[in-house]
Design a protein around this ligand. Structure first.
Ligand code: FPP
Length: 242
């Protein structure tokens, strides 16, 4: 599908809240588990689409720290699904030159999942086609807190922001949330100060390449001013093209 011209402005880092697995399942008379399973398939498809559209970084919110409040049966299912998906897909990730990083607090995750994460991160560490970050037991406030604590613990060496989970990566420039919900839900906070926000009513399991291209078109039409006036930005662009 070539609905989007490769010459147009594309995000360098896309961050997504993959919302609506449960409601999609309900609408299709399926169990919530089936919704999550389909959600994982959409996530893999998204990684492929980022490569296809030359987007170098993708961050997916898989499990927020507030999600511990869900029924324990669903939490156990999600962690089992993450573990199975990781084991099943690690070679696929590697073959696609994808570097996987997991963001978030790890000690509270099941030991088997922690081990699989380390193995997958090590195996894919030198890949350069796509940087895939999966936020699991992550929250933006937790990240700011751990960064400040690490900075203090390290005798305030450098700036506290250097200790954020995404410190070595570009800030997200496009954010997508599916399922018609308009909030950030404690996802990346500090680094999304100037991110373009895109919301779609489509449920995550039903999110297709057409929906993805619509989000890219939205991004292409935004004027990224970073506090400047529109005239200044246009002048800057004109100077750069001279
Ligand atoms: C949102 O739907 C999804 C989650 C909170 C968690 C899990 C995400 C996946 C299984 C997709 C991809 C996973 C990986 C490992 C890349 P919801 O349960 O909040 O849906 P609802 O709002 O309709 O109930």
């Amino acid at each position: 599908m070539h609905l989007f011209e490769p010459s147009e402005k594309i995000p360098k880092h896309l961050a997504i809240i993959m919302d609506g697995n449960g409601r999609w399942a309900q609408e299709n008379k399926l169990s919530r588990s089936k919704g999550h399973k389909k959600g994982v398939e959409t996530a893999s498809k998204m990684a492929e689409l980022c490569i296809k559209h030359n987007i170098p970084s993708l961050t997916l919110f898989a499990f927020g720290q507030e999600n511990w409040q869900r029924p324990s049966k669903e939490i156990r299912y999600l962690f089992r699904l993450f573990l199975l998906s990781l084991k099943k897909q690690v070679h696929w990730l590697n073959n696609h030159q994808i570097r996987l990083t997991i963001l978030g607090e790890r000690q509270s995750l099941p030991a088997s999942l922690r081990e699989a994460i380390i193995e997958a991160e090590q195996l894919t560490a030198h890949n350069t086609k796509l940087r895939l970050n999966i936020a699991c037991n992550y929250s933006g406030q937790w990240d700011i807190n751990q960064a400040v604590n690490s900075w203090v613990g390290n005798n305030q060496t450098g700036n506290w922001q250097d200790y954020l989970s995404l410190a070595s990566q570009e800030n997200p420039d496009l954010f997508i949330r599916t399922s018609g919900v308009y909030r950030l839900s404690n996802f990346i906070l500090w680094e999304m100060a100037y991110t373009e926000l895109y919301f779609t009513p489509v449920m995550w399991p039903a999110f297709t390449e057409e929906d993805f291209v619509l989000a890219l078109k939205f991004f292409n039409q935004t004027e990224r001013r970073f506090g400047k006036t529109s005239t200044q930005v246009k002048q800057q662009e004109a100077n750069m093209s001279c």
